[in-house]
Structures are given as C-alpha cells and as structure tokens.
Write a protein that binds this ligand. Structure first.
Ligand code: CA
Length: 507
C-alpha cells in the first residue's frame, strides 16, 4: 500500500531526483499517450502556460477565494472543473527564482538566480538549458509573451534561450511605474534631478519585441497609461498566436506571463471598479480571469482545445509589503519566505480527454517538475540534460492516469544559499526561516522579516496546522531520522554538482 512517507523512491540517474514509480499508473498514462498519438496521426500536444504574477493560492473561487474575497473568477473555476486542481504546488519564494526553476527544471541553488534582478542588476538565465530550447529542438514552435524577468542582458533574453518570438517586457511591473507615480514616489516625481537620475539607470523602460537570435526592438515606453493596457495587448498577441498556429502542423509552446497582479495595479478603463471589492488588485484579478477565458475560447474556436495542455499558475505567494495591493493566502506569511504562504501557489492543469475532469490532488508538484513532464508529453524525454543536475521529476502519470498520484516524495525549500525546510507527506521540517515573529502569522510580508535558524528544527503538520504555528517535533521524533536522511541526500548532490551563484540573497 502506497504511502508518501514510508514508501521508498527509485533512483532515475545520478543527475536526477529519485522518484516514486507507480507502475500501473505509468502504464495507464503511456497507453493514453499512445492512443492519442495513434488516433491523431502521431500528433503531440500543444502546451499553454498562463503564469500570473504574485497571485495568491486563495485568490480564485475554486480555492475558496473568488466571490468570497470580492473578485469572482468564473473562467478559472470552470477550467478547474475540466481538469486537475492541485493544492500542493510549489513555486520558489519570489518571481525570478520561480520562473528560472520552471524554465530549467533546477532549484535556484543550481541555476543561480536566488532573487530577482532589479534596476539594472547584471545576470540572468544565460548558460542554462531551458524547456523552451528543448521543446524547440524537439520540433515545437516556442512563443514567449509578457513578463520575462530572468535577466535583461542580451544572452539571457527569451529569444536567445529558446524562444522563437518574444513580445513583452524584460523586467517587472513596479520598476516601470513606481518612480513615475507621485503617490508612491513624490520625492522623485517632483524632482527633475531625481527623475533624470532614475531615467539614466541602466534598465529597460520599454516593452519590446524580438525574434529568435535577434536584438530587442522597443515597442513602447511603459508609462502608467501604457501599463494599464499591457495585459490586454499581450492577451491579444497570444490570441493571434493561437489562431495562427491552428493552420500550422508543428506543435507549439506558448508561455504567457501576465503583468497582473503584481503591484502596482492600474486597471484599464474597462476594469476599473469592475470587481465587487472595487479595489485595483481585485479588478485586475477579474481581468486575468477574463484573459484565461479568452485564451480557452480561442483554443475551442480553432479546434485546438483537445490538443492543448493548459497550465494556470502563479509565480509565488502574495506580496504583503504592498498591502492592500496584495493577494490572498490562507497560509502563513507571504512572498519572500519559505513559509507555505510564500511558496504554495494555485495550479490547474487541463487537457480535455487526457486529464480527467473534476480531479483535485494534494500530491506534491514543484515548478522544477514542469521541464521533464512537458518533455515527456512531447515524447522527448531523452532530451532532459545529462550534464547537470535536474531536480524536476516526470509527473506524466500524476497528470494523466485516473486518480494519478504524485511521483514526488520531497519538497525542498531554500532561502538563498540556506537550506530552509523539507516537506514529506503532511509534515514539514524547518531548519531556518524568514520572519519568525509571532505576528508574521498575520502576513506582514516575507521580505520584511529576519532570518532565523532553529538548532533542533521545527516540525509542522500541515494538515492539522496549515498556519505553521505549533512545532510538533517532540511528539513526532519517529519521523526525524527519515526526514534528516532526505535532507542529507539532497544536500549531498551539491558535492558532485556544485551550486551556482548569479544573484545571491543576503540571509
Ligand atoms: Ca511574482
């Protein structure tokens, strides 16, 4: 009888995370894929990722938010009913580490982007192998739209790391607008000297377009009025891409990254005050839900819905330093931390006919799992890199088998270069954290707190205590040896595969 804590994992390769192998489910998933290919002339699925920014685990109706928190999300809720809703999907604590983990299948200690590059910081994805490049090598058309934020330097830009085309901005929403808004930065807006000083800092002020191997062309400067329309323009670009691809034989990978709902939110005229909450953050959630609806409708109208795996998620937990321009999570703390509130994100997979409808699971899935899983669906698993450590696990059987179980045993939490915690089953063992004041249960923000180490560790039961307030360690010492072995085996991989540091975190 399978049990996530007592069942052993199977080794895959020296450079891969060990995983559970649910033999019957692997067989069922393989039969589905073969049947799909056989009945559709060898076709492989398209992949549509809609990655939102700073949207919380609890924001959507299907996660207990929606209308209850002043922002109904009917399209996303409907999508969840057509597919698989995960309750334990893990990002990294902030934008860039998460996005780079999704792109590379590697934890930030390996790809080296431990915090977001800001205001001209150097470094990015350069030198990594991305899922976009691997899918492209396997015959996919690769399109990136919207926020990038994995380095502005030429060799880290999307069109140099695997994408055929890019239409979006290279950095993050607040960097384009914060210093232009007199409410937040009066001392800059009303000072010509400081405005010029910021304008001369070496970061891009525009949203751009680029094609594979080329240089970026500036489309438009991202002023505040321009920013209000970005999600609409990007959605239209993706809709056009999906329409164009309907007539193309190749499968495609569309990586659509919304601007919303990262602070600060300035909804366009159509969306101002549209939510019951009337707040810009909530209005933006309505717009994002509408965009998901439009993308799905476009797939339907062009006959591609049953040939497309859709994944909707968010890149980290809510940003609480900017409350009330912030998301909702029922968990402890927020973006920037390794408490559940920082890294547990909404996650909905849909592929009608292939993923059973109305499923939900608390099985572990991490952003690193995306790369091997998508390569498996593209029947290109042999392209998973062998020259570096890949933390991701192939979760194909989890997605496709009826009542599929996760193939992942451990979730590893890192705070920069400091190992923070391990989750196995419902237990989370924490050795270090950010922001351990009692008040942080109320979510003051993960970037604000101090780092803290626990000499004996703390053990939380996430089912009994999702807010991580009571260490259960002394009552549950029976788990300790297995948990510590899990940590040791993970940390030991860095001996043969040394960590990489591009942008570090001061903890
Ligand atoms: Ca983010």
């Amino acid at each position: 009888m399978f049990d996530p804590i007592s069942s052993p994992t199977t080794a895959v390769a020296a450079n891969r995370e060990p995983q559970f192998v649910h033999g019957e489910q692997v067989g069922a998933a393989e039969r589905k894929i073969e049947e799909y290919a056989r009945t559709h002339g060898g076709r492989r699925p398209n992949i549509l990722v809609v990655l939102m920014d700073d949207v919380g685990w609890g924001d959507f109706g299907c996660y207990g938010g929606g209308i209850a928190v002043g922002a109904p999300t009917p399209n996303i809720d409907r999508l969840a009913r057509t597919g698989l809703q995960l309750t334990s999907c893990y990002s990294e604590p902030s934008c860039t580490p998460s996005r780079a983990t999704l792109m590379t299948g590697r934890v930030p200690m390996r790809h080296g982007l431990q915090r977001p590059p800001m205001y001209g910081d150097q470094g990015g994805l350069q030198g990594e192998i991305t899922v976009a490049q691997l899918l492209s090598d396997a015959g996919y058309v690769t399109q990136c739209v919207g926020k990038w934020h994995m380095g502005e330097n030429r060799d880290s830009q999307p069109q140099h790391v695997g994408f055929d085309d890019f239409y979006g901005f290279l950095s993050v929403s607040d960097m384009y607008t914060e210093w232009r808004d007199p409410y937040f930065f009066p001392e800059v807006v009303y000072s010509q000297a400081r405005t010029e000083w910021i304008q001369n800092q070496p970061f891009s002020k525009c949203f751009v377009h680029a094609t594979r191997g080329g240089d970026v062309e500036e489309v438009e400067e991202v002023t505040i009025p321009a920013l209000t329309l970005l999600d609409e323009k990007w959605a239209q670009y993706s809709v056009d891409f999906i329409r164009t691809m309907a007539a193309v034989d190749q499968p495609w990978f569309l990586y659509h990254n919304t601007r919303g709902a990262h602070f600060d939110n300035y909804p366009s005229e159509q969306w101002v005050g549209a939510s019951p909450a009337k707040h810009p953050y909530k209005d933006t959630i309505l717009e994002l839900d509408d965009i998901v609806g439009r993308l799905i409708r476009t797939l339907e109208e062009t006959g591609q819905l049953e040939h497309t795996l859709v994944w909707v998620s968010s890149d980290n937990g809510p940003e609480m330093e900017t409350w009330p321009d912030a998301a909702y999570t029922p968990f402890r703390c927020a973006k920037g931390s390794t408490w559940e509130g920082g890294v547990r994100v909404p996650s909905i997979f849909s592929w009608p006919g292939m993923i059973d409808a109305a499923r939900s699971s608390d099985g572990l899935f991490t952003f690193s799992d995306f790369l091997p899983t998508m390569l498996s669906l593209a029947r290109a698993l042999d392209r998973v890199p062998t020259d570096r450590f890949i933390d991701g696990i192939d979760q194909t059987s989890f997605l496709l088998a009826p009542d599929g179980l996760s193939n992942r045993k451990h979730q590893y939490y890192w705070l920069g270069q400091m190992f923070s915690a391990l989750r196995v089953g419902e237990y989370k063992y924490m050795l270090a954290s950010i922001s351990d004041d009692d008040t942080d249960v109320l979510n003051p923000g993960g970037f604000t707190g101090r780092s803290q180490k626990y000499p004996y560790g703390r053990l939380y039961n996430l089912y009994l205590d999702p807010k991580e307030t009571r260490s259960y360690l002394i009552r549950k010492l029976a788990y300790l040896d297995a948990i510590q072995r899990g940590i040791r085996e993970h940390v030991t991989t860095f001996r043969d595969y040394p960590p990489k540091l591009v942008i570090g975190l001061n903890v």
